[in-house]
Design a protein around this ligand. Structure first.
Ligand code: ZN
Ligand code: MN
Length: 505
């Protein structure tokens, strides 16, 4: 018997794997920290706040003390322009910062310095797009705007937000540079939302301006409506692993209401990742409630053509270009190249391996099959594992040197992924060296033959039964028998039996 809670969590997991039909419209508002910056957006406080004592990386500017004045971080502008170019956006000649006014404990100034696309506001960039691969097809997702803004402080709850007895606030994050990327409602399912975020992350990581492996570095809010109905905003989705779950939950919730004839309310809901439900936060506020107006402490920023050209020259290789290069340089099929370049970590790992051992096809095959399957099944990212290019390549070398069989390698792989242990050591300690001693294998084959007379009889007539005998030999050697040699010996023995039978007849 499983508990109700466990049952519900399983149900939500199951729902998030479902394909959802076309009536769903999802638009994302993604907040990405420019984690490669050393300092915050408007002051020189360090922006690397993770694991630091709360409220120690602060100054009058990011605490919003009276009289403190913001100074724009030029590198942040450069990074943002880079991102906008990679997202195929039109970059504004002049951008203006705005104040978005609201009160919240994570925002001590009572306003956030951001950008606005109305009331004379000009965001950094507009009208972009990227492509995602969805259901075997390239799908264009339009990007409405990209802009720069400051991150608020961090509120910490004990467990679930609506059950936490109190809230703690840490202002170390206050003022960290955020890139806000807003899509048009072109996303048609929770799965596409995840694919979009993965692609966005991949592009930004290739630009070297962002590290998605850092907790909370990519967060998103989603607007979601069913069959042209009321839009509901879901806030606090903290990773692309969560996005599918949160949106699936919300779709099921809205469908349930519609089926019962209850109107979907226009509201803002909070994704509670502990309980895996969305809960109502407030009925949706209107934009005018924020009283946006130009930030009087910052001058408009002119983005010159020369500046954009300079950034273009420095642009690193983007994922789509890398796919092309992988096909050209390593002779990989398009599909394989796309899988390997689907994340920067994976692509870097592959290239590191090839540098150590120039067998790209073999390395790619092992990565695409067993390695990725293991990571997927265990919901693990490559960088979360202990696997290094050195030990991965060492495993492939052991196969090529004939020390272990592919079968043994498949057994070693999960061990080295989890432990980071040198596979050569494992082979020595566990005596996994491939048995390629012909006389020993022949002896073992004799044993298998005498213990399985019926199978031998069948094997004389049909191919399938031969594999059974080979399988038995593999079984008694715990997979250590050299597969080619075993094959040869078993077949040779069968031939011998056939010959003797003919002679007797
Ligand atoms: Zn500061
Ligand atoms: Mn924002």
């Amino acid at each position: 018997m499983i508990s109700f809670k466990a049952y519900r969590l399983r149900l939500i997991d199951w729902m998030s794997t479902m394909e959802i039909e076309e009536s769903v419209k999802i638009g994302l508002e993604v907040h990405v920290q420019l984690t490669s910056l050393k300092s915050k957006l408007f002051c020189s406080c360090p922006s690397d706040y993770r694991g630091r004592e709360p409220n120690t990386l602060v100054c009058p500017v990011c605490l919003g003390l009276p009289g403190a004045l913001p100074v724009l971080n030029e590198r942040a502008v450069k990074f943002a322009v880079m991102a906008a170019l990679a997202l195929n956006c039109k970059i504004s000649e002049k951008m203006i910062f705005f104040r978005k006014n609201y009160y919240y404990p994570d925002l001590p100034k009572n306003f956030q310095i951001t950008q606005y696309d109305r009331a004379g506001g000009v965001p950094l960039a507009v009208d972009g797009y990227i492509y995602i691969e969805s259901q075997g097809q390239s799908k264009k997702i339009r990007i409405g705007r990209v802009h720069l803004e400051e991150d608020p402080g961090r509120l910490i709850h004990i467990g679930s937000i609506d059950q936490s007895p109190y809230t703690l606030v840490d202002y170390n994050r206050s003022g960290v540079a955020l890139l806000e990327v807003v899509t048009e409602p072109d996303i048609g399912s929770p799965k596409e939302a995840r694919l979009f975020l993965q692609k966005l992350r991949n592009i930004l990581e290739h630009l070297g301006i962002f590290d998605g492996s850092l907790e909370g570095s990519m967060r998103c809010d989603a607007n979601i409506s069913l069959a042209g109905g009321t839009r509901v905003e879901v806030k606090n989705i903290t990773s692309f692993k969560e996005v599918e779950r949160a949106l699936s939950f919300e779709i099921i919730r809205q469908k349930g209401l519609i089926e019962k004839g209850i109107a979907v309310k226009r509201e803002t809901r909070h994704w509670d990742e502990v309980r895996r439900v969305t809960i109502s936060l407030r009925t949706k506020e209107e934009e005018q409630d924020y009283r946006y107006f130009p930030e009087p402490d910052l001058v408009p920023v002119v983005i010159s053509r020369e500046f954009i050209e300079e950034v273009k020259v420095e642009m690193p290789e983007l994922p789509d270009e890398r796919v092309e290069r992988f096909m050209r340089m390593y002779g990989l099929p398009k599909y394989d190249a796309e899988v390997l370049v689907s994340s920067k970590h994976l692509a870097d790992f592959f290239e590191e391996c090839v540098k150590l051992y120039s067998k790209p096809k073999e390395i790619s095959n092992w990565m695409m099959s067993d390695l990725l399957r293991y990571l997927y099944e265990n919901n693990l990212e490559l960088y979360e594992s202990k696997l290094t290019p050195q030990i991965f390549v060492e495993m492939i070398r052991l196969i090529d040197e004939g020390v272990i069989s592919g079968k043994i390698a498949k057994k070693i792989l999960p061990v080295i992924i989890v432990s980071g242990k040198n596979p050569r050591k494992i082979v020595e300690e566990e005596e996994l060296v491939k048995i390629s001693d012909e006389s020993l294998l022949a002896e073992l084959a004799d044993k298998v033959f005498s213990e399985n007379p019926k199978a031998v009889k069948d094997a004389l007539r049909e191919e399938k039964a031969v594999h059974y005998l080979i399988g038995q030999l593999m079984k008694i050697t715990k997979g250590k028998a050299d597969p080619e040699l075993t094959n040869e010996i078993v077949k040779r023995k069968l031939e011998e039996i056939k010959r003797t039978m003919r002679n007797i007849n």
